[in-house]
Design a protein around this ligand. Sequence first.
Ligand SMILES: NC(=O)c1ccc[n+]([C@@H]2O[C@H](COP(=O)([O-])OP(=O)(O)OC[C@H]3O[C@@H](n4cnc5c(N)ncnc54)[C@H](O)[C@@H]3O)[C@@H](O)[C@H]2O)c1
Length: 253
Amino acid sequence: MRFQDQAVLVTGGGSGIGQQVCFAAAREGARVAVGDLDLERAEATAATIRGTGGEAHAFRLDVTDPASVTAFVAAAETTLGRLDVLVNSAGIREIVSVLDLSLEEWQRVIGVNLTGTFLPSQAFARRLVALDRPGRIVNLASTLGISAAPNRAAYTASKHGVVGITKEMALELGDRGIRVNAVAPGVVRTPMTERYFQDPVQAQVIRDIHAVGRWAEPAEVAHAILFLAEEANGFVTGAILTVDGGWTIGKKM
Ligand SMILES: NC(=O)c1ccc[n+]([C@@H]2O[C@H](COP(=O)([O-])OP(=O)(O)OC[C@H]3O[C@@H](n4cnc5c(N)ncnc54)[C@H](O)[C@@H]3O)[C@@H](O)[C@H]2O)c1
């Protein structure tokens, strides 16, 4: 098993992509720390893993709060006895025109998606450096970290920022044995996007923007995340792996 006895920490592990990362890592032998603002959802993820014979622990976590982040990393280390992988999957999105976007909405999205990637990554890397241990971080960017779509200014800016912090941390931490990569998914069917699929017109638009003619399931993104996180992938760092069904390669004519 690729993650046998390794400690895998997941922010936003109570739902969607993060939850599938928890499940997939546990199937590969990992011991999982599930962090989420919604403790009930984190507990449900952990209980599902324990129900299949795996090890998982749920923690309430607010990725925008430095004290909460430090406590999460410390509790995970104490509980699991080591630190190997951090996946930053906590995220939110607002759909509003740039002219109407309020400062409060802007700050909320940047706070969770960008600051909420920086803080756990920094806390995790600081502990690895203190322990003189290697580790891997995988961030959730997006196709909107590479290109743009209307009415998503804060989200697009936050995901471009995630691409930047991924490259920056990979550069600074590479010689400490810490690899930092990101995935850039297209549209993935999760609670965040579920509303799209209730509208047949919008669902068809979503099929059409992906070269493969469909949206992704969260387990497919989790698979790519674990590929970046696995030890065998030791020479991959600073990479932004598109998992986007061909969205960003170009438009169909
Ligand atoms: N679904 C998509 O189409 C898609 C595409 C590209 C990128 N992404 C990114 O993938 C990540 C996961 O998205 P998802 O679709 O699984 O969303 P989701 O809404 O299903 O899950 C997000 C989780 O993050 C948690 N969360 C929110 N704010 C938090 C905070 N302050 N602290 C801790 N946890 C918090 C939520 O409680 C939730 O459990 C996000 O970063 C998202 O931007 C999603």
